[in-house]
Design a protein around this ligand. Sequence first.
Ligand code: HPA
Length: 281
Amino acid sequence: MSQTHPTDSVHPLDNPGVDPRAIAAEAAAVIADKTGVAQHDIALTLGSGWGQAASSIGELIAEFPASEVPGFSKPALEGHTGTIKSIKLPSGRHALIIGARTHFYEGHGVRRVVHSVRTAAATGAKIMVLTNGAGGLNPAWQPGTPVLIRDHINLTAASPLEGATFVDLTDLYSQRLRDVVQGLEPLDEGVYVQFRGPHYETPAEVKMAGIIGGDIVGMSTALEAIAAREAGMEILGLSLITNPAAGISPTPLNHEEVIAAGKAAETRLAALLARIVKEIA
Ligand code: HPA
């Protein structure tokens, strides 16, 4: 039995004595073994609405369930595919596609939430593309609108960093990468506000998010972006607006409609993401 896995019943990331980067390194070694790709150059986490992108950005080299990789939890949500793919880009570089997201609201702690990002960094990826489905505060954003994340406000009261780890978050969502995307396709930009969830926000919370400078509300990306920055990666964040945030439109929110808006936009978003990856990787 390996030292980092003291018992079968304890999740390796739940052992406070274990450095989560050590598990990420183990995960990266398994990925290198399964894919035959020693180093990946860019990684993408595909949230609701972005799942089709993998097939349009390049040639599929390998695909396997994330649960076969150390530290990954079983997928909790329909619409989150739970697979990891390795794609060879037309440039010959390699992209790691993570279709398995652990959300903070699942209650397994932040280490598991950011394990995919740390694993991506351990595979060699220098750029982390984080995508999500989210609610929009701007009433002009119809469901299906992609928005570039310019900055975030983390309302989870949690951090993936442990101990006295002081990481600078200025330019967290890389201006350089946003400029590249804007040169390809002009998109609106916004500040992403991460709530814990899993309940959607109240209209009062959405109003507060707007007053403090937010434009987009969601439940995933801020914690991942912090971990990606700690790992030294350059970050691009993209939200698909799946619905007007609570109180922005008079109709109540409905998870099925959020998923449906994602599916309806999928082909368009896949084409957009393929163009972006071609340019930045
Ligand atoms: N709020 C939070 N998360 C979301 C939303 C929302 O309105 N839509 C999709 N994910």
